[in-house]
Design a binder for this molecule. Sequence first.
Ligand code: FES
Ligand code: FES
Length: 227
Amino acid sequence: MNSYGLSGKEERPLTPQDPKPKKPFSRRGFMQGVGAGASAVGLVATADEAQAQSNVKSQGPAAVPVTLNINGKALKANVEPRETLLDTLRNQLDHTGAKRVCDRGTCGACTVIVDGKVQYSCTVLAIDAQGRQIQTIESLTAGGKVHPIVPAFVNNDAQQCGYCTPGFVMAAKGFLDRNPNPTYDQVKEGLGGNLCRCGTYVGVRKAVLEAAKALRAGNNVKGAVNA
Ligand code: FES
Ligand code: FES
């Protein structure tokens, strides 16, 4: 057996007594087979479906007007279909709390809450965010109110350079909305989608536990105002 996994016997010339060789595998043959199989089970669009698809209004590639519901307000922007919610928030709507760090759904610095779910805003297209309720970190200090998670981060030294902090705060908000009485380990797991290059993880987890306690006790955390 050589380094390519062949024994060497395969090199003997074929004789009429040899069984007919099988057709070699080819990419074209594979694709033809898949196509035939898909047709057989009805996976290929029918003429009616193709017609319906052609009636879907395409948008772009130029910028198109959109209205986004940000923190309870309808805000207008002009976005190219390829533009992310993060870029629209930061560059057009003056909501710069969400940070652009990896821009590829890895670090969590851009975290917002969309329809009650924690999401990386760099992975959501602005055009797809129409009709959805988007909550950014700016909402946590709006109208003279401060959500307890904000002072809890200060009280627990839960930031160093601060670049990851808005994402952690929003991830924590979304986490506490679903888990009002978490353990330390649950906090650790719940915030596992956010990275801190400064390594402030312990402070962040303590802050989340303090905020959880405060929320259960009626927002009684130092620095929180009518949150
Ligand atoms: S900037 Fe969105 S996950 Fe890192
Ligand atoms: S505090 Fe610096 S990256 Fe988290």
